[in-house]
Design a protein around this ligand. Structure first.
Ligand code: HEC
Length: 148
């Protein structure tokens, strides 16, 4: 893993950093499930969002058999299934989805504002994921990133 990334990942663990002068440097991220009473369903809510060619186009770039497999070729991340997504890619080898730790999961970081490297996903956005959809992915990972 490139050392710059390690620094950035470690920086990601800091909840928020308020300098003496200037604006807040990074948005606070907590691994707490924001809605503990409701379970997010992978099958009904996450799969149609991220593991699907529509609406965000993730699969148009992140599968080996896509017409333009740009994301897969550059990053190695294959979003054809939860199993391949868990494997991760060049910068997210084994840490794309860390159950219980959305803030440290590269998948969540890359769809959030201010990703730790490269571009915010989906590449070519906006549109990006709304706050509500970001929260859905956050909570699914916080709940254990289950195949439910
Ligand atoms: C137009 C093509 C394209 C689309 C659409 C796209 N990606 Fe990407 N993705 C890329 C490219 C190229 C990279 C490598 C450069 C970078 O990291 O910015 C990448 C990198 C990533 C990475 C980092 C993987 C690693 O280990 O380096 C993640 C995670 C990711 N994309 C998730 C997504 C998600 C989730 C979506 C849908 C919301 C999405 N991408 C949509 C092209 C795309």
């Amino acid at each position: 893993m490139p050392s710059m990334l390690i620094i950035l990942l470690q920086a990601g663990c800091i909840e928020s950093y308020e300098p003496d002068v200037g604006p807040l440097q990074s948005a606070p991220c907590s691994n707490e499930d924001t809605d503990p009473d409701v379970d997010v369903s992978f099958r009904d809510e996450i799969r149609p969002l991220i593991f699907d060619p529509q609406p965000l186009g993730c699969l148009q770039c992140h599968t080996p058999d896509a017409t333009t497999p740009f994301g897969f070729e550059v990053s190695g991340l294959d979003l054809s299934s939860l199993r391949t997504a868990r494997r991760g890619g060049a910068n997210s080898d084994g840490i794309a989805i860390i159950p219980g730790q959305p803030c440290e999961s590269i998948l969540y970081q890359k769809v959030s504002p201010g990703p730790p490297f490269g571009a915010r996903m989906p590449l070519g956005g906006p549109p990006y994921l709304s706050e509500i959809l970001l929260q859905l992915i956050h909570d699914w990972i916080a709940e254990g990133a289950n195949d439910n």
